[in-house]
Design a binder for this molecule. Structure first.
Ligand code: HEM
Length: 120
């Protein structure tokens, strides 16, 4: 069964919205993070979960359509997003997260963008 292109497209757009939410969440916390007062905010949590769900859906759609998946690339992206998800949930209740946590979430998000675009 092949997924209609419009459905694939909408999920891919949601994948970009999740990316915006996750990276945007980190960017608005940069100033506070430098001051040691950075927090995990809802945009990061929702962004991480959106990337997880939409990413898995995209993989399923590609498989259903008979397309090929680069397992190394997708496995790496999945491992990175799982690490981000663990970090956001571990530190979400804290008044301030350790600064390294926010930097790691930002760096891992950027790493996944690089992997998505540059790894063929
Ligand atoms: C922070 C997490 C993530 C970020 C920043 C991210 C970023 C991106 C970007 C920028 C694209 C579009 C570029 C392209 O198609 O070459 C993309 C596509 C894609 N992502 Fe992600 N991604 C993340 C997590 C995931 C996860 C966890 C999975 C799967 C388990 C996944 C699966 C996919 C797939 C299958 C596509 C390709 C769609 C296509 O071929 O048109 N992504 N991702």
């Amino acid at each position: 069964m092949t997924i209609p292109p419009i459905v694939f497209g909408i999920v891919l757009i949601l994948h970009f919205v999740g990316l915006a939410s996750l990276l945007g969440g980190v960017l608005v916390q940069v100033k506070d993070t430098i001051a040691g007062k950075g927090r995990i905010i809802a945009a990061m949590i929702h962004g991480a979960l959106t990337q997880l769900v939409t990413g898995i859906l995209l993989v399923a759609f590609i498989e259903m359509g008979g397309g090929s998946i680069n397992n190394g690339k997708i496995g790496t992206k999945l491992a990175i997003v799982l690490l981000i998800t663990v970090l956001v949930f571990l530190f979400r209740k804290k008044a301030a997260a350790p600064s390294w946590v926010i930097w790691v979430i930002g760096a891992f998000t950027l790493a996944n963008i690089c992997i998505a675009v540059l790894w063929h």
